[in-house]
Design a protein around this ligand. Structure first.
Ligand SMILES: C[S@@+](CC[C@H](N)C(=O)[O-])C[C@H]1O[C@@H](n2cnc3c(N)ncnc32)[C@H](O)[C@@H]1O
Length: 279
């Protein structure tokens, strides 16, 4: 999939992220903390955030006195981020092809799940590196494989089962959430892009959807239906089954989620790589 097609996908996906940013931020908070800890944000540090979404990382970095610029391919995300973090700057840009050196060189680059969508990842990571001062750190988090991550299957599999043909799993390395699941591929991409001191560590954090004593089923449902595969299933099924038929399918997803509660809540391990490197 090209970056332009990815832009189209995120144009629609961003609406769900913006409307429900509290859900995504709660469920993914631990990953934000880990990424930021790896670059040690402090007063005066100027940071780039790649695929910044609604601005979570720069909001947290600002609490430590750091400042920065967030880049995202989605206008909807950038609008929400600018509203949320007035202390930072936000730019609608494809981080693979846009010259990011304006206002640089920067002291660090971060990304929480925003660096897996490039159609030419080595080109993208080389482009990002050029915006940093030599030796500056990068830290980003990306998903490991589908087999380790219920994030992409719990509830989503009910929808996939209803599609004919059932969508095949993405090809290894194809742009998308699990594009960087293979650590050897990450190493090869970063080496080609000129990064050094590459570190790739497993980072496992529980994604817990429960809040205020609730079971988290409705919050998880929002993210299932808002995911790329959830939106695709809806496009295919709602027209064919009608509103009542679609509502019945959504109820099946709820049943599936309730069947998998752990200690009364929707929760599962988020299996990721924490990747660090130097420009
Ligand atoms: C999974 S979201 C993560 C958002 C945010 N980092 C967070 O953790 O809340 C991925 C983000 O990457 C952005 N994105 C995808 N391809 C991109 C590209 N080529 N350049 C810049 N941003 C991109 C999407 O628009 C989306 O906001």
């Amino acid at each position: 999939m090209s970056n332009d097609q990815m832009r189209e996908l995120w144009a629609r996906g961003a609406e769900v992220w913006v409307e429900h940013k509290d859900i995504y931020d709660r469920e993914l908070r631990g990953f934000a903390d880990a990424v930021l800890a790896a670059i040690d944000p402090r007063p005066g540090l100027r940071i780039l955030d790649i695929g910044c979404g609604t601005g979570t990382l720069l909001e947290l970095a600002a609490e430590s006195g750091a400042s920065g610029v967030g880049f995202d391919i989605s206008e909807t995300m950038i609008r929400a981020a600018a509203e949320r973090v007035p202390a930072a700057s936000f730019v609608v840009a494809d981080a693979q092809t846009t010259d990011l050196t304006d206002g640089g060189p920067y002291d660090a680059v971060v990304s929480r799940f925003g660096a897996m969508f490039f159609d030419e990842p080595a080109v993208a990571f080389a482009n990002i590196r050029k915006a940093l001062r030599p030796g500056a750190p990068m830290a980003f988090v990306c998903w490991r494989g589908l087999d380790e991550n219920q994030m992409f299957t719990l509830g989503n599999s009910v929808l996939a089962d209803r599609l004919d043909p059932r969508p095949p799993p993405p090809a290894p390395g194809a742009p998308g959430p699990t594009a960087l699941a293979d650590p050897e591929r990450i190493r090869a991409i970063l080496a080609e892009a000129g990064w050094t001191s590459v570190g790739i560590e497993k980072l496992d954090i529980v994604c817990d959807y429960g809040r205020d004593g609730g079971d988290g089923v409705e919050d998880r449902l929002v993210t299932v239906l808002g995911s790329m595969s959830g939106r695709f299933a809806r496009e295919q099924l709602e027209g064919r089954l009608g509103p009542e038929g679609w509502a019945a399918v959504v109820d099946e997803v709820r049943v599936e989620l309730r069947r998998h509660l752990v200690d009364g809540r929707v929760q599962f391990n988020g299996a990721t790589w924490l990747v660090t490197a130097k420009a």
